[in-house]
Write a protein that binds this ligand. Structure first.
Ligand code: GAP
Length: 431
């Protein structure tokens, strides 16, 4: 891995090559929002699909759900988010800039106007986006854009138990959007106001939480390997009690060496029975689990691995970013794992004005597309050198070129991204 990757190199490549654009850019942007372009959405989906196949499809103890983003306001009262989901906010009396007090480099100096001693006392600012459901904007119609996908899982715990009656331990998984009105969104998609999470609430017997925690530590590490993150770039942080979320009795943050420094990639938390107990008390509905064939009843405890899609995607891009020199020229390429690369094969006729080459190239393109739907790109723009460079930058592992020799012996050139080696293979044996 290139160890001195700069954030601006990633941002610039992401924009130039159609991965990620600033949200509402055409109108000057909207801070903390990002739009995914054709390659970004493909990469993001590859990451999310990989997550779902590993943690839901490949296991028989995890159930998937897709809950509504808007939920009854009681959800957020019971969960503690209305009272405690806050960040400390300070305002500069000189320039009126607002900042997160705990993220200032110098607690006394305004990073915008440079004045010192201009901050008043920090106020607690609730990060949930508030809205009203229906035409009447009163207290009864208040709702929030969910700040975590987790609550849509807890509120469906009883539904899943009633429908499937699973043995403990079992988990419920959900992926989807989450919204936080971050005071200072920053560092590209790392801290956004709208982002995606991939979360599992894993329900266990209260005595068994420690072994489940260890199980999920291992699962998280397997996940980082599947993303192609170098093990030396991922670090475990045992979060001290005073820094843990209000619901957690143990949290391990997995941090990654981003270009902005070592920062949180994802978190693993022991949420005890905090959420189900709150729902049990506030809704009047029992959240107790009855062990099959026995009278034992209890509210399960929960281990929660909580993954952020944007931070995973950013770690994947940083890990894959490479620069080298080819024929005296600087080359940028993304050494993405093949299973994550938005485009697995680019297919080109050597010359686009030779119909016989184009026809054969189209046949190869169609055959590969059948095998890898949506993962094969037709590329006949510019000369072959330019095509290779473009495909390198978007992380395409293999470029397939159809030339005059193909018409004679049905072989094609396959050019490999990382080494730039070119080999001749039978057109039917590219994969
Ligand atoms: N349900 C637990 C929960 O939401 P969290 O640590 O607040 O825990 C989990 O968030 C993950 O969501 C983080 O580790 C991070 O990957 C991602 N995340 C949180 N806030 C984010 C933001 N503003 N922008 C991008 N990702 C964010």
């Amino acid at each position: 891995m290139k160890t001195d990757v700069k954030l601006e190199d990633i941002v610039s490549l992401a924009k130039r090559r159609g991965f990620i654009y600033q949200g509402s850019e055409v109108y000057g942007g909207l801070s903390g929002t990002w739009d995914y372009g054709p390659l970004g959405v493909a990469l993001k989906r590859n990451i999310m699909n990989l997550w779902w196949s590993k943690f839901v499809d490949a296991r028989d103890d995890i159930y998937g759900v897709d809950a509504a983003i808007l939920m009854n306001q009681k959800v957020w009262q019971a969960s503690g988010h209305v009272d405690t989901f806050t960040d400390p906010l300070v305002e500069c009396s000189n320039c009126k800039g607002r900042f997160r007090a705990d993220k200032l480099d110098d607690a006394n100096k305004c990073p915008t106007c440079g004045k010192t001693g201009t901050f008043g006392e920090a106020k607690q600012f609730n990060m949930m986006f508030k809205t009203n459901v229906g035409p009447v904007a009163d207290e009864g119609s208040v709702s929030y854009l969910r700040p975590e996908t987790a609550q849509g899982i807890f509120t469906n715990y009883k539904n899943v138990v009633d429908s499937f009656y699973p043995d403990l331990p079992f988990g419920i998984a959900q992926t989807g959007k989450a919204f936080r009105n971050e005071i200072s969104p920053r560092d590209f998609v790392f801290r956004s106001r709208e982002f995606e999470q991939m979360e599992i609430e894993y329900f266990v017997h209260p005595d068994k939480w420690e072994e489940a925690f260890e199980h999920w530590m291992t699962q998280c590490k397997e996940w980082f390997a599947a993303l192609g993150l170098p093990t030396e770039s991922v670090h475990e942080l045992e979060v001290p009690a005073e820094d843990r979320a209000h619901y957690s009795k143990r949290t391990v943050d997995f941090e990654f060496d981003y270009p902005i420094g070592r920062e949180e990639l994802m978190g693993l938390a022991y949420r005890t029975d905090f959420d189900l107990k709150n729902i049990h008390d506030h809704s009047g509905k029992s959240m107790e689990y009855r062990v099959k064939g026995s009278d034992e009843k209890f509210i399960p405890h929960v281990i929660e691995p909580s993954f952020g899609v944007e931070r995973a995607l950013m770690a994947v891009l940083v890990s894959a970013y490479r620069e080298d020199e080819q024929n005296g020229e600087k080359r940028v390429f993304l050494a993405l794992p093949e299973h994550l690369a938005p485009v697995r094969f680019a297919v080109s006729p050597l010359l686009k004005n030779k119909p016989e080459l184009v026809e054969k190239a189209r046949a190869v393109y169609q055959a590969l597309s059948k095998q890898f739907p949506g993962r094969v790109m037709w590329d006949d723009n510019g000369n072959i050198g330019k095509r290779y460079r473009r495909q390198d930058e978007i992380g395409t592992p293999k470029c397939v070129v159809i030339d005059f020799q193909t018409l004679e012996d049905d072989t094609v050139t396959v050019r490999h991204r990382d080494t730039t080696d070119q080999v001749r293979v039978e057109a039917g044996g590219i994969v």
